[in-house]
Design a protein around this ligand. Structure first.
Ligand code: AMP
Length: 444
């Protein structure tokens, strides 16, 4: 199959050829004809499947072939994204796809001055990429009207809800013309997403390019059990041993990112960090330097790393497991893109066993564990499997020796050093459902 057989016009075929896209990916093969035929879409496609072109390319064709010229302060197509980085990246792709078309494109997001964005919108833009909060601000300040809107794309809709944007989405929904085409893309489909889809979509075509909630199978994944306090040391050890060249590392918190970057830089390692506390320009610079290989190790929180697309990124390391199990899929989707193979290594301590269990349940696989010599954890990570079971070994309390030596004291009980020390938060024995993906989270 070729892009020509999908019915794409020559300027688009030419742009895709220049980018080296030879054949459509599965999501593109299904989405492009449906969008060209005017259908609404509900697509389960994880990052790295070529989903951006799947919605952007046919949308650009429709805008080129039909419809009036864009009016002042208007947009003909709106692509909503969860983060600034993703908005930037989607916009960069859209601009590349549209390079031979008579269309204008632009991206707006928060964290930067609104005035230049208002100026730019004066003439109107054909395709506007936006994060929800800034879009609403622009609308309220009369810098943007949506009555000419013909296509709405919700990109990474699950992520938008995770980030607490459900209220913003409801507000945007009220600003939209009733007659429009809507395309919803999401890596995962929770009940909340289905409700959103029920409201926003009209007789959508459902597309599923990989089994629901299953991580990319081009990514080799494994877990290295380790004690929490030894994670930085293990990371450096694995990095040197594996001669890692370019690694994207995920840490749970902003402080965690800063601490690891400081540690690595202190060892003379070329590392940088991105998280929500850093100004947008600094984040973008760090991303650009990582993409151009000027930075070897980029440490990031989930939100900051959201839009990252680097060709052939070989390795992702989860320094901490994500609190929301779905984030694991997004994280490892940074590697193994567009058919390449990749590796995803997670450093897991006993505290994180419930998160590990939730991830295994969601991805329907038991992750292989590889013990690293000299880093065997004192606090054993309990066994887990894809059923959501956390197998806690019965404790055999060790008698304290009269001399006071021997066992390890922990929370007033004597435990073998090879056993699970009751960690914080306490380990619940059996979990049946992934508990880390409930409810919207606060915006970071
Ligand atoms: P996405 O899932 O949209 O983030 O795309 C992941 C990566 O695949 C991006 O680097 C795209 O440029 C690339 N890509 C998308 N479609 C194709 C294609 N048909 N052939 C080769 N690469 C592609």
């Amino acid at each position: 199959m070729t892009f020509a057989t999908l019915g794409l016009i020559e300027p688009l075929q030419h742009a895709l050829e220049t980018l080296g896209y030879q054949t459509p990916t599965p999501v593109q093969a299904q989405a492009i004809p449906a969008v060209l035929a005017g259908r609404d879409l509900m697509a389960a496609a994880q990052t790295g499947t070529g989903k951006t072109a799947a919605f952007a390319v046919p949308l650009l064709q429709l805008l080129t072939m039909e419809g009036p010229k864009v009016a002042a302060n208007s947009a003909r197509a709106l692509i909503l994204c969860p983060t600034r980085e993703l908005a930037e990246q989607v916009h960069a792709s859209v601009a590349e796809y549209a390079q031979h078309l008579p269309l204008t494109t632009y991206a707006v997001y928060g964290g930067v001055s609104i005035n230049p964005q208002m100026m730019k919108l004066r003439k109107g833009v054909d395709v506007l990429v936006a994060t929800p909060g800034r879009l609403i601000d622009l609308f309220r300040q009369n810098a943007l009207k949506l009555n000419q809107l013909q296509t709405l794309v919700l990109d990474e809709a699950d992520r938008m809800l995770d980030l607490g944007f459900s209220e913003e989405l409801a507000n945007i929904y009220r600003m939209l013309p009733k007659k429009r085409q809507t395309l919803l893309f999401s890596a995962t489909f929770s009940d909340e997403i289905r409700t959103l889809a029920g409201q926003m979509l009209n007789d959508p075509l459902s597309i599923e390019v990989s089994p629901r909630n299953v991580a990319a199978n081009t990514v080799k994944q494994w877990v290295v059990p380790v004690d929490k306090k030894r994670k930085p040391e293990l990371f450096v050890h694995l990095m040197r041993k594996g001669r890692w060249k370019q690694v994207l590392v995920f840490a749970k918190t902003r402080n965690g990112v800063d601490a690891l970057v400081d540690k690595l830089q202190g060892l003379g390692i070329n590392a940088d960090g991105i998280h929500g506390d850093k100004p947008q320009a600094t984040r973008q610079r760090a991303l650009d330097r990582f993409k151009s290989s000027d930075v070897q190790i980029l440490v990031a929180t989930d939100v900051a790393a959201r839009g990252l697309d680097i060709e052939d990124l070989p390795l992702v390391v989860n320094f901490d497991l994500p609190i929301v199990a779905e984030d694991y899929i997004h994280r490892i989707g940074r590697t193994g893109r567009a058919g390449n193979t990749g590796e995803a290594i997670s450093l897991v301590c006993a505290d994180e066993v419930n998160m590990l269990s939730a991830i295994e349940m969601l991805t329907r696989q038991t992750l292989t564990r590889k013990m690293e010599q000299d880093f065997e954890p004192e606090h054993r990570v309990p066994d887990t499997d894809a059923s959501g079971q956390v197998v806690k070994k019965p404790k055999k309390p060790k008698k304290p020796k009269a001399s006071g030596g021997g066992g390890k004291r922990n929370l007033g009980k004597w435990v073998d050093s090879g056993e699970v020390a009751p960690a914080e938060p306490s380990i619940k024995p059996v979990r049946k459902v992934p508990v880390f993906n409930t409810g919207p989270r606060k915006k970071k």
